[in-house]
Design a protein. Structure first.
Length: 246
């Protein structure tokens, strides 16, 4: 089977999978990218409630003539997010920089000699080709050397804010939040997604929490539109990058 025939067969296999996406994109030629509808995050495909280790529940007890109860987090209630459906503002601030450099050198050499002397050498001389020496029947040297080097130089910075909705209250009082923001400028849509688990105590008096205080944080920032399409390799090139071994 030739390489050309394999590529043609692969194209026929992938063509039905790409038809839907291609048809949708062709139908929207000249149109601005559509924004996603506002939907309940808990009803989205793939959504799963968060399950984490929880402390033992504390039974609330009241003292006579006291307004305080055991297990309470605050004396006076405030307007910060605390219940399912409440909104909290997330201040996303990411400034990461990593530099890694590795270098490895490995070498090995060996020498082997095999021969015979005395009576053994005399017997060998009778069967060896003309000019061969019994004392050096086999004589070979081996050597190998490998050198590797790699480096990583990465710098990322993202500063923005996004409003998130409390989707779940865990038994220990922590809040599961999820927020999505879409901004369309001309023919390009920018998307920002934030999700994770926060403590009510970490939410400031202005109902703002820093992204560094979100446990199991999932932050995604990207886009879709004409500019993103130009920056991405064509589908055929992506397929070749996957299937070609070299």
């Amino acid at each position: 089977m030739t390489a050309r025939f394999r590529l043609v067969a692969l194209a026929f296999v992938l063509l039905p999978l790409a038809n839907c996406s291609v048809a949708d994109r062709l139908a929207n030629v000249g149109e601005t990218p559509s924004l996603s509808a506002i939907e309940n995050p808990t009803s989205q495909p793939g959504y799963r409630p968060v399950s984490m280790p929880m402390p033992e529940p504390v039974v609330a007890t009241y003292s006579p003539n006291s307004l305080w109860r055991s297990g309470a987090r605050s004396f006076f209630r405030d307007q910060r997010a605390r219940h399912v459906g409440d909104i909290v503002t997330v201040a996303v601030s990411i400034a990461d920089e990593a530099r890694i450099a590795n270098q490895t050198t490995r070498s090995r050499s060996g020498s082997e000699t095999l021969g015979g002397s005395g009576m053994v050498g005399t017997q060998l001389a009778s069967v060896l080709p003309q000019g061969a020496t019994p004392g050096a029947i086999v004589d070979y040297d081996t050597g190998s050397q490998a050198t590797g080097a790699g480096s990583v130089n990465r710098s990322e910075e993202l500063v923005t804010t996004v409003a998130a909705v409390v989707t779940q209250v865990l038994p220990n009082g922590n809040l599961v939040i999820e927020g999505r923001q879409e901004v369309r400028v001309n023919f390009e849509v920018r998307e920002l997604i934030v999700a994770g688990v926060v403590r009510p105590e970490d939410i400031g008096a202005n109902n703002v929490i820093d992204s560094s205080k979100i446990a199991e944080a999932r932050i995604a920032y990207g886009g879709r539109g004409q500019i993103t399409d130009v920056q991405q390799p064509r589908l055929g090139q992506q397929v070749l990058d996957i299937v070609l071994p070299f």
